[in-house]
Design a protein around this ligand. Structure first.
Ligand SMILES: [Ca+2]
Ligand SMILES: [Ca+2]
Length: 106
């Protein structure tokens, strides 16, 4: 049975009510986050304590029936921020070469 007529049977379709979405891939895993720590005055050495910005993130890539990326959901949490000069964080992905938008943030 293929409820959404997307070409993937319901028992293999992670999103069985959406024909444009069929599977997901998490990085690193669905229940784990990566940790990034930044030094604020790179490339100078500074105090080298890497506590000027500490964040965790995980990504969920939603793919269509052809296993091509459909959307990327990033979960980013700032864990610590020191008295630093970091004023923005830029994010880049091969998925964002085409149309992209920030759907929610806080
Ligand atoms: Ca389906
Ligand atoms: Ca589907």
């Amino acid at each position: 049975m293929d409820s959404d007529n997307g070409g993937i049977p319901d028992n293999s379709d992670v999103i069985p009510d959406d024909p444009k979405r069929a599977s997901t891939a998490y990085f690193p895993t669905q229940n784990q986050h990566n940790l990034l720590a930044f030094e604020d005055i790179f490339p100078r050495k500074g105090d080298y304590d890497f506590n000027d910005l500490v964040l965790t993130y995980k990504s969920q890539e939603v793919r269509n029936a052809d296993n091509n990326p459909k959307e990327l959901i990033m979960n980013i949490k700032v864990k610590a921020m020191g008295p630093c000069s970091i004023t923005f964080l830029r994010f880049s992905s091969h998925l964002l070469r085409t149309r992209s938008k920030v759907q929610a943030y806080s």
